[in-house]
Design a protein around this ligand. Sequence first.
Ligand code: FAD
Ligand code: FES
Length: 302
Amino acid sequence: MTLKIPHHDINLEPFMSGPPDFNRKLERIPTERSLKSQILAAIPLTDQEKLFHIRICDPAERGNFSFLPGQFVMLELPGCGEVAISISGSSSNREFLELCVRKVGKVTGMLHRLEAGAFVGIRGPFGTHFPMQEMTDANVLLIAGGLGIVPLRSTIYWGNEHRRDYKDITILYGARDPSQILFDYQVEEWRRIYGLRILTIVEHPDDYWDGRVGLITDLFEDVPIDPDNTFAVVCGPPVMFKFVCTHLSNLGLPRQRMFVSLERRMHCGMGKCCRCNVGSTFTCLDGPVFDYWTVMNLKEAI
Ligand SMILES: Cc1cc2nc3c(=O)[nH]c(=O)nc-3n(C[C@H](O)[C@H](O)[C@H](O)COP(=O)(O)OP(=O)(O)OC[C@H]3O[C@@H](n4cnc5c(N)ncnc54)[C@H](O)[C@@H]3O)c2cc1C
Ligand code: FES
C-alpha cells in the first residue's frame, strides 16, 4: 500500500506569505542618529547617583520625542561612549528628560563630572514598555530594589496622571540602607498627593531609621494581594526577580501578569550588534520589559 501525502504549499500559510524578517527591519525605528541635547541640571541624589534633566536642543525633535514607562535611551558622551539609561520622568513632560544615573565606570563616571550647560547626545526611545494599557482596571503592584525605582518612577507618574484607570497602586521599595533610598524627597508626595500606597524597607538601618528592616519580600506580609486582579512590575537586581516572582507565584499571581526589566550590556540599542542577546531574543528590541513567563523560558535570562 502506498501512503499518499497531501501536497502542502508552505507559501500559502498566511504567516509565511513573505520572507521572514530576521533582521527586524520592519520593526526598526529611525533612531540611529543622536539628538544634540543639553544638561539643564545635574542633581546629586546619593554618593553614587545623580538625576539629570536633559533637554533635546531642537524644538521640533523635542516635540517628536515621546516614550512610554519602561523604555530607555542611549545617552552619548561625544568622544567617550554611549550607555543605556531608563527614562525616569513623566512621559507627559515634553520639555526635558529625567535620567537617574549611577556612577559605575567610564561613561557614567565622566557624565557625573559634567555640569548644567554641557552637551550630550540622546538616541531613542528604545525597547518595550510596561503594559500600562493591559493593567487598566486592575490593582498595580510596583516592586523596586535599589536602582530599580528609576524605571518605575515614570510608571508612578503615569499612574498619577491616569489615576482613574487603575485600582490600588502599591509601591514596595527596598534599599540596602537609608542613604541609598532614591527620591526619598518625593515619597511623601507620592503617598499623600498621588494617593499611592508606599512601603519602604532597608537591609541595614542607621540610627535614624524607624521603618521596616529586612528584605523586600518581608513587605508582602503587609500587603493584601488579589491574585485575580493584580499586575506586578518588578525592577531591581536580577537576584531579586527569582525571590519576588516565586513569592508572588505562591500567592497565586500568574507569571504572565508579572513583568520584569532585564539589563544587558548594550551597544546599538536596535538589534544590530548582538551584544544584548538572551537566547534568540534581543533585550534591546524584545525587551527590556518581559513578562516573567517568557523570562523563565529564556535560557540564562536571570
Ligand atoms: C535597558 C537598560 C537600562 C538601564 N538604565 C539605567 C539607569 O536608568 N541608570 C543607570 O545608572 N544605569 C542604567 N543601566 C545600566 C547602564 O547602562 C550601565 O551602568 C552603563 O552602561 C555602564 O557604563 P560605563 O561606561 O559607565 O561602565 P563600564 O566602564 O562599561 O563598566 C563598569 C562596570 O559596570 C558593568 N556594566 C556595564 N554595563 C552594564 C549593564 N548594562 N548591566 C550590568 N553591568 C554593566 C561592567 O561589567 C563593569 O563591571 C541600564 C542598562 C540597560 C541595559
Ligand atoms: S544592543 Fe545591539 S543588538 Fe541589542
